[in-house]
Design a protein around this ligand. Structure first.
Ligand code: MV4
Length: 504
């Protein structure tokens, strides 16, 4: 199959821009699709052609497979790149594209379906002799069934929706008392969210690391893993900071996890870029298969920065029938990359979305800095889509160098007109546990607890300091002739201090 001449990007924002750049590097023409809310968006400006596919809501535009295929046919695009999210793991859409002789840049519908159901994914991993979290491979019939099964594995357990993923439809159950209600609410939520109420149970792995392996395969039977990404710093199951390699820094663990990831991919004749997620116990470095994502991931830049492989270019080459341009022996992890997802959210207001016009935008630059952005100065951040506006990634020879470079890049990053999560990263970057690489899925919970402790310490210190000053002042005043005032109680003083500090 010859290389494509024109590719339609069925996405928006930073990933659409990222894919357009890979196409342009390869002298491939690009077609953008956009909703009415995105008519001035960066990806539309950068593409050679653009088609409006509908109204702002995603289900009236970016999720309308038939409109996207129509645009591909109209433009003469031979292939579609789905990015991530939207239709990127929609097997039905892949089949529709293939029926129209349009190449979908990604895996087959069968591979997608096999990994889309979490119970079927677990069965495939077990079959491939890959360690999975101890649990069931059939959905639970009732709350009683859930109880008996949970007792078999021992509490705490994790109830999960088979049709879920990414933490949706998941319940952590500490003990017997909470199981029945957790099972019933998880079942109801799964039915409402995914149209499938199947729930299964796993032994809960307490405070695990979330580590994923990037794999890549082609249509000639080559399978390679590109190492791991540490994704433990998450907020509400949304990855916030990702890095490659993991601070665990254990080449033998990488080799074993990479081998298992490839076994899972081979089991479904996987073609293209895929990610196999694992939970890793820091105690004994045991690891357990969680799920497989059959798409390019948001955090792919940290793998690119360390391995010097352009994953989107490879996706396009593999979809066009070419062999992988690298072999396992050629991959090394002698650099360290860290990525921060920049969201239009207000960290001082419980991370509520902060849509609006970007009135000023200064992007960090310089050695080892990469900013994958979907916006520009003057762009509107809309309410209709995921509020991630860009990803800031840095690379250094060591993790320490990467952290110092990230601190410098964050200090250069300026966004006015909307609130962003940049101040949040500027705090994390100096957090002791982060610097020491002590990461697990409860990192942000602990980070927020440390932050509160520091704030209380600061207030207490201020109060004590001002109390001392006032007391000293009172000592002088109360010694003045004719001054009958008694030394005020500590509560009076605290009230005065608080008023002084406007703290209450
Ligand atoms: C788990 C787990 C612990 N034990 N399963 C989260 C979403 C999906 N990727 C699976 N996830 C987890 N599954 C068992 N048996 C921990 C996670 C997990 C997590 C859980 C709670 C809060 C944040 C988390 C972040 C990553 C993974």
């Amino acid at each position: 199959m010859p290389m494509f001449k024109k590719i339609l990007i069925a996405n928006r924002g930073e990933i659409a821009v990222r894919v357009i750049r890979a196409c342009r590097d390869m002298q491939i023409k690009t077609v953008a699709v956009y909703s009415e809310a995105d008519k001035n968006a960066l990806h539309v400006r950068m593409a050679d052609e653009a088609f409006c596919v509908g109204a702002p809501p995603s289900n009236e535009s970016y999720l309308r497979g038939e409109k996207i295929i129509e645009a591909a046919k109209k433009s003469g695009a031979e292939a579609i790149h789905p990015g991530y999210g939207f239709l990127s793991e929609n097997a039905e859409f892949v089949s529709q594209a293939e029926n129209e002789k349009i190449t979908f840049i990604g895996p087959s519908p069968d591979a997608m379906r096999a990994m889309g159901g979490k119970i079927s994914a677990r069965k495939i991993a077990i079959e491939a002799s890959v360690p999975v979290v101890p649990g069931t491979t059939e959905s639970l019939k009732s709350a009683e069934d859930a109880l008996q099964t949970a007792l078999q594995f021992g509490f705490p357990v994790m109830l999960k929706a088979s049709a879920g993923g990414g933490g949706k439809g998941m319940r952590f159950v500490e003990n017997v008392e909470n199981l029945k209600i957790a099972f019933e609410t998880a079942q109801a939520e799964a039915l409402a969210s995914f149209g499938d109420s199947s729930i299964y149970v796993e032994k809960a792995i307490v405070r695990p690391r979330h580590i994923e392996i990037q794999i890549f395969s082609d249509k000639h039977g080559n399978y390679v893993h590109l190492g791991e990404r540490e994704c433990s710093i998450q907020r509400r199951h949304q990855k916030v900071i990702e890095e490659c390699p993991s601070p665990i820094g254990d080449p033998e663990l990488r080799r074993k996890m990479g081998e298992c990831a490839i076994l899972v991919a081979k089991a479904v004749d996987y073609v293209g870029a895929g990610t196999v997620e694992f939970l890793v116990s820091d105690l004994d470095k045991s690891f357990y298969f969680l799920e497989m994502n059959t798409r390019l991931q948001v955090e792919h830049p940290v793998t690119e920065l360390v391995t010097d492989i352009d994953l989107v270019r490879e996706q396009i080459r593999v979809a066009a029938g070419e062999k992988l341009s690298f072999t396992q022996d050629g991959i090394t992890w002698n650099k360290h990359a860290i990525e921060c997802r920049v969201y239009a959210e207000d960290p001082d207001n419980n991370f509520l979305p902060s849509p609006g016009k970007i009135t000023r935008l200064q992007i960090p630059q310089g050695n080892g800095v990469r900013d994958d952005s979907g916006v520009y100065e003057g762009a509107e951040v809309s309410i209709y889509y995921d509020p991630m506006i860009s990803k800031l990634a840095v690379v250094g020879r060591t993790r320490e160098e990467a952290i110092n470079r990230l601190r410098r890049a964050l200090s250069e990053y300026k966004v006015d007109g909307i609130k962003t999560t940049l101040p949040f990263f500027r705090e994390i970057i100096d957090d002791r546990e982060f610097i020491e690489g002590k990461l697990d899925t409860s990192f942000i919970t602990r980070f927020n607890e440390r932050k509160k402790e520091i704030e209380i310490d600061v207030v207490t210190r201020d109060l004590a300091l001002i109390a001392a000053v006032l007391a000293a002042g009172y000592k002088q005043v109360s010694e003045m002739p004719g001054n009958s005032q008694k030394t005020p109680s500590r509560w009076t003083m605290a009230g005065r201090l608080a008023a002084h500090q406007n703290r209450f």
